[in-house]
Structure formats: structure tokens, C-alpha cells
Design a protein around this ligand. Structure first.
Ligand code: SF4
Length: 660
């Protein structure tokens, strides 16, 4: 514990770190609150998602059997790994069978959990992280400090110095220049990698599909370009069907990055032509966790919202979450303080001390996971439980005698409603006497209270009094979520304004929408204005004769030197400004990924209200992607930068010739 405390103090006193953290969390919290405004029924969605995840974990083996069977029918090779060593051996075997020397990797927390990079590099395989934040921390030989924004602990000056030193560019703090440098270096990696390795956000039991969401486009690159794709998946990341997936996807990006939908939401079912796909399903302690009092932690969808909401994480950053052996925990923050010890053992039990148990993490969680309850269980030693001892172990691993006594007293009071109410009244009385003098009060300097942090104003009533006197909230079982309290509800779009909504949503994301009755002529005008005379074209999308007569040549094959790709869109989504592109003849997935400019042709009648309305179109495709705006990142100082690995521009030509 001594070293843990020392690391905590170092983090608190590191001004550079504190500035970087403030930038990250403030913007994340604001973005998230704004994104939830568009789903006024979010409380109901949260409860439904909780129920879905609970059902999946309760019947995990049955869902997994289905998921594996569908994948085998789809030509995907599924491997099951009991632990980290077995997962590493499986990846090494695939690498050996395919004579792989270079692996392009997109973000995967599971790979951090099993220290995969280290094991591959030890065998002489070059592994390159391709998410911008991950790439930065890999160049610094660090672990990610946040599960969503891996380089959240760094300022642009540090990234500028790093790129100057490692990539040989002149020192700069210009974020678009830094991003463009990474794009250039990593493009070569994507094009030459022997294997693409990704994580998995969700596996769909009903169809065997894997859903991968990324903003930069690196997830698409590693699953599309290399001849072999390995998807590394925690075995609990299952949803039963497309309907449930659409529900969970309405919460994940909003909670993670404040987006209605991530830029690229991929659904992969079959390997692409000339591609081999493997899924490695990892247990590594999940079965043990499922049979323990920490089971609820397996409902997690890894959105990172609890990290941003946690007042302790916001002061510390992920690198302060260390085990007894001084190793940085792969999963930090409130959820990390449960699953790191839960999956990886006693070494990380002390992390559960890094919480004020204020409940902000539970409020923020889109799955309504009771994190404070789980944290107290870890503190009480529950992490050490195994399936043969399925009751709480109150040994109090990692706790001092005074803390154990305090917890015992708290348990006694908290489990007797009368005692609890009386204790609240007594505390309120004490605090009201103390309030007029609070400005002169100081706690020990290391706590920060009274120095850098003001004491909060005292509430006039106890929480219990406020709770019992308030009117019930619809769909929330009388509960409120402080993070979103007061956000106005918006009406869902009516069919009449679907097209307008699509225009406005995509426009807000730096995409461009052109309404036209003659798509080929409009595209030709666009290309001629840009001086483009060669494109990657999906067949049966534009009038090819007219293109040729206008001096525009085209290919149906991927060509990284081509500037513009033109594809058909299966549909558009009014509420997010997304278009759906599916694999097919003429490589539309590559045409919408490799060029700097993507043009999608969409019929106005194919604009659907929302994601659930479009999921049936994904059924039967071998691979499909919902694209929501141009490729983007905010990995350096949370500054939005357009155009990382995917196209920098997206133009949707909406054919309204039949819209009446
Ligand atoms: S515990 Fe909840 S808030 Fe935290 S990462 Fe998991 S899903 Fe998100």
C-alpha cells in the first residue's frame, strides 16, 4: 500500500498530468451529457441493457455455443483460450502458420490484459499499435492510461517531443501535423502487415457476427487489408441478437465519447475474399468471476464513463493504479479496480482503495452496474474468491485494522434502516453547525480538501429526505442520474423531416450532403472541380459510360494511390447521419476506406429513422459498416482532428429523383 500511496501523491502533484486530465474529463463529461439529450428514454434503455447483459452472463455457455456454431458455418476459425498463456500460444501458432513478421493491431484491452505485444515481440514479431493514442503510448513504452483515450495523460508538447525523437520530424505542437505524421507512418504498416489484430466490442450470438467500433478507421484497416485477421475477444462480450446490439450501441458511444454513433461501426460475419479470420475467445478468470460476488462486473461494455466520472481517477490517471508488484493494472478506474483483481488476482486488490464510494461511477454507467457495491466487496476480500467458495470472504485483504473496524461499523449502520436514518440526521446536524466555519477548515494537505479543493455546500436535506419527497421519474423507477439531470427531451424524428435530419446530422459531423436528381452528373462536376480523373468505383453505382465520356477513368480494384472512392449506400440513418456500406463486387469496403475522399450514393427513400430500422439490411452480408462522418480522433489533448486512417472527407449524394 505504501508504494500505491506514493504513486497517488506523485500523480496529484504532477501539474502536467493534472492539466491533461482536466482537459480529457471535462470534455468527455460535457459531450456525454449532450449526446444523451437525443434519447430521452435513456433510463429505460439502461435498465434493458442491464437485463440483457445479466441474461447473457447467466446463460453464457449457451450463447457461446451458438456464437461459435454460426462462426464455423461462416468460415471463421474459433479458438477458445482458458488463460493468457493459451491465448498467446494460439496467436503465435497462427503467426507461425502464416509466416507473419508484422502485425498491425487496433485497440484491444484484452491484449493489454494478457500482455500480448510483449510475448509476440519476444518471438521476433513486430507488433505496431495503430490507434493514435495507443501508438503514442507504445512509442513511449507505456501502458494506456485510459481504456478509451490511451494517451489522456499526455500534453501535446510531450507528443511533439516524442514524434521529433522517434519519427524524426521537426518539433511541433500542431495537432493536425502530428496526426498526419502518424497517418503516413501507419498507412505503410496497414498495407504491408501480415496479420491484422483487433479487439471485439460485441459478438452477436444469433448470427456469429463481431461488432467492432472505432473512430479513426484503424479497426477497419486491420480487419480489411491484411490477409489474416485475428479478433481477440473476452468471452463475456456477447449480445443475443441484432436488436439487442442496436440497443447497446445506442448507449456505448454516447457514454464513451459523447457520440450518437462511432464513426465506423463494423459488423463482420464472413472472411473477405482471400482472407482468413480467427476469433480467439478468452476466459482468463471470467468463469471464476461469473461464479463470484463480482459477477456483475462482467456486464461491463468498456465505455470508460465510470473512469471519467470518478473523482479519484480524475486526479490520478490510469498509471497510478498499480499492483503490489508495481505493475500498472491493465484496467484502471472504478471498473478496473474490480476486474483487475477479479481477473488477475490478489496483486490488484489494493486498487479498490482508490475510490470515495461516492456513487458517481454507478450513476455514469450505461449498464447500471453497482460499482460501489462491487468495490466494497473487493475491499472485503471478495476478489480472492473462487467457485468453490461462493460466499463473501470477509478477511479484509489489503485493509488496515482501523479501516476494517470502520467498515464493520458502516455495515452495521447501513443494514439497519432506523440506525441509518438516525446517523444521517446526526451527520446533517453536525455539518450544519460546522458549515459557517468551513472556509477555515483544512484537512491534512495531501488530501487537497481546504487547499486546492473547496468543501461542497451542505445539502439542506438528507438524500433519503430528498428521495422520498420527490415525484417519481418516468421509466426510472424513481431514480435519477445526476450526470444527465435537467437535460431536455427531444422528440424523435418524424418521417417527414428524415431527409432534413440526415442533412443536419451529417453536416454537424463535417460530412457533406448533396441533394441531386442526377447523381452521375453531380459526381462528375465534383471530380472535375477537384481535378480528379481516376476513381475506385463500386460497379452499378454510377453511369460508367457517362463517366468515361467525361474523361473520368475508374477501377473496381483497391488502389491506395487513388484519391476518391465511390460506393453505393444500402441506407442512411436520419438520427445519426450514417450510411451503410456492405462488402460486395468491386470492393466497396476498400473504396470507402483507403482513399482520402469517400463519395456515397444514397437514394432519399432509403433514409431510415434509426439504427434498429437498418439492422435487417446487415443480415446476410459478409461484412458491413455504418459510417458516421469522416475519420476522426481526439487522442491528443481531446482536440478533434479530422482524417486519421480513414477518409478525411465524406460526401453523400442523395438521389431524390424518386422522392416525389
Ligand atoms: S462499468 Fe459501466 S461505466 Fe464503467 S466502463 Fe463498464 S460499462 Fe462503462
Amino acid at each position: 500500500m505504501g508504494t500505491f500511496r506514493k504513486r497517488i501523491l506523485e500523480s496529484i502533484n504532477n501539474e502536467t498530468l493534472q492539466t491533461a486530465l482536466d482537459n480529457n474529463t471535462e470534455r468527455r463529461l460535457k459531450g456525454r451529457a449532450a449526446a444523451f439529450e437525443s434519447i430521452p428514454d435513456w433510463r429505460e434503455r439502461r435498465q434493458r441493457t442491464h437485463a440483457i447483459r445479466a441474461d447473457v452472463i447467466d446463460h453464457l455457455e449457451a450463447y457461446l455455443e451458438n456464437f461459435i456454431a454460426r462462426n464455423e458455418e461462416n468460415g471463421v476459425i474459433v479458438h477458445r483460450a482458458q488463460d493468457a498463456a493459451e491465448a498467446i500460444q494460439i496467436v503465435l501458432k497462427i503467426a507461425s502458420q502464416t509466416s507473419a513478421r508484422l502485425i498491425a493491431k487496433s485497440k484491444s484491452m484484452v491484449s493489454e490484459e494478457i500482455a500480448l505485444n510483449h510475448a509476440l515481440e519476444a518471438q521476433g514479431i513486430n507488433v505496431v499499435e495503430t490507434d493514435l493514442g495507443e501508438y503514442i503510448v507504445q512509442l513511449r513504452h507505456e501502458r494506456p492510461s485510459h481504456i478509451i483515450t490511451p494517451a489522456a495523460h499526455l500534453k501535446k508538447e510531450q507528443v511533439g517531443e516524442l514524434f521529433h525523437e522517434k519519427l524524426g520530424i521537426p518539433y511541433t505542437v500542431d495537432i493536425p501535423t502530428l496526426t498526419a505524421t502518424a497517418r503516413k507512418v501507419l498507412r505503410e504498416i496497414f498495407l504491408t502487415a501480415d496479420i491484422g489484430l483487433s479487439g471485439v466490442n460485441f459478438g452477436v450470438a444469433e448470427t456469429g457476427g463481431v461488432c467492432i467500433v472505432t473512430n479513426e478507421g484503424n479497426g477497419r484497416m486491420v480487419t480489411t487489408v491484411p490477409p489474416v485477421h485475428i479478433a481477440l475477444m473476452g468471452m463475456e462480450r456477447i449480445v443475443p441478437n441484432f436488436e439487442d446490439l442496436a440497443l447497446v450501441l445506442s448507449l456505448l458511444p454516447r457514454s464513451a465519447t459523447g457520440q450518437k454513433l462511432t464513426v465506423y461501426t463494423q459488423l463482420l460475419h464472413k472472411p473477405l475474399a482471400n482472407q482468413q479470420r480467427h476469433i480467439v475467445l478468452l476466459d482468463n478468470g471470467r468463469t471464476r468471476l461469473k461464479n463470484s460476488p463480482l459477477k456483475e462486473s462482467l456486464y461491463c461494455i468498456r465505455c470508460g464513463a465510470c473512469l471519467n466520472a470518478c473523482p479519484v481517477f480524475r486526479e490520478l490517471s490510469g498509471h497510478a493504479y498499480i499492483g503490489r508488484d508495481l505493475s500498472i493494472a491493465p484496467y484502471p478506474g472504478p471498473i478496473g479496480s474490480v476486474i483487475s483483481p477479479g481477473l488477475l488476482g490478489e496483486n490488484y486488490v489494493q486498487l479498490a482503495q482508490a475510490s470515495s464510494l461516492c456513487g458517481a461511477c454507478k450513476d455514469a454507467c450505461p449498464v447500471d452496474i453497482d460499482l460501489p457495491k462491487l468495490l466494497t466487496r473487493v475491499r472485503a476480500g471478495a476478489a480472492s474468491i473462487d467457485e468453490n467458495r461462493p460466499s463473501l470472504n470477509h478477511s479484509g485483504a489489503g485493509l488496515s485494522p482501523s479501516t476494517k473496524f470502520g467498515l464493520k461499523m458502516f455495515t452495521r449502520i447501513a443494514t439497519h434502516p432506523g440506525l441509518f436514518a438516525a446517523s444521517q440526521k446526526l451527520a446533517a446536524l453536525t455539518f450544519s453547525l460546522f458549515a459557517p466555519f468551513s472556509q477555515w477548515v483544512r484537512l491534512p494537505a495531501f488530501t487537497g480538501w481546504g487547499y486546492s479543493k473547496d468543501f461542497p455546500r451542505f445539502a439542506g436535506k438528507t438524500f433519503r429526505e430528498q428521495y422520498t419527497s420527490r415525484p417519481a421519474l418516468s421509466g426510472s423507477a424513481g431514480r435519477s442520474d445526476s450526470a444527465f439531470a435537467g437535460t431536455p427531451a427531444k422528440s424523435p424524428a418524424s418521417p417527414v423531416n428524415r431527409l432534413d435530419q440526415f442533412f443536419s446530422e451529417l453536416g454537424a459531423l463535417n460530412g457533406n450532403v448533396v441533394s441531386t436528381r442526377t447523381p452521375t452528373r453531380s459526381v462528375i462536376e465534383f471530380l472535375q472541380a477537384r481535378g480528379v480523373d481516376r476513381i475506385h468505383l463500386e460497379p452499378n453505382t454510377l453511369d460508367e459510360e457517362l463517366l468515361t465520356r467525361s474523361g473520368i477513368s475508374f477501377t473496381h480494384q483497391p488502389d491506395p494511390s487513388i484519391l476518391v472512392g465511390v460506393t453505393n449506400a444500402l441506407c442512411g440513418l436520419a438520427d445519426t447521419g450514417s450510411v451503410l456500406i456492405a462488402d460486395g463486387v468491386g470492393h466497396p469496403l476498400e473504396a470507402s476506406l483507403l482513399p482520402e475522399v469517400h463519395i456515397a450514393i444514397l437514394r432519399a427513400s432509403q433514409i431510415l429513422p434509426s439504427l434498429p430500422d437498418a439492422m435487417h439490411l446487415v443480415r446476410g452480408t459478409s461484412a458491413a459498416v455504418f459510417i458516421t462522418g469522416p475519420s476522426r480522433t481526439a487522442d491528443i489533448e481531446m482536440t478533434l482532428t479530422i482524417g486519421v486512417h480513414g477518409p478525411k472527407e465524406i460526401h453523400v449524394f442523395v438521389d431524390d429523383s424518386n422522392s416525389g
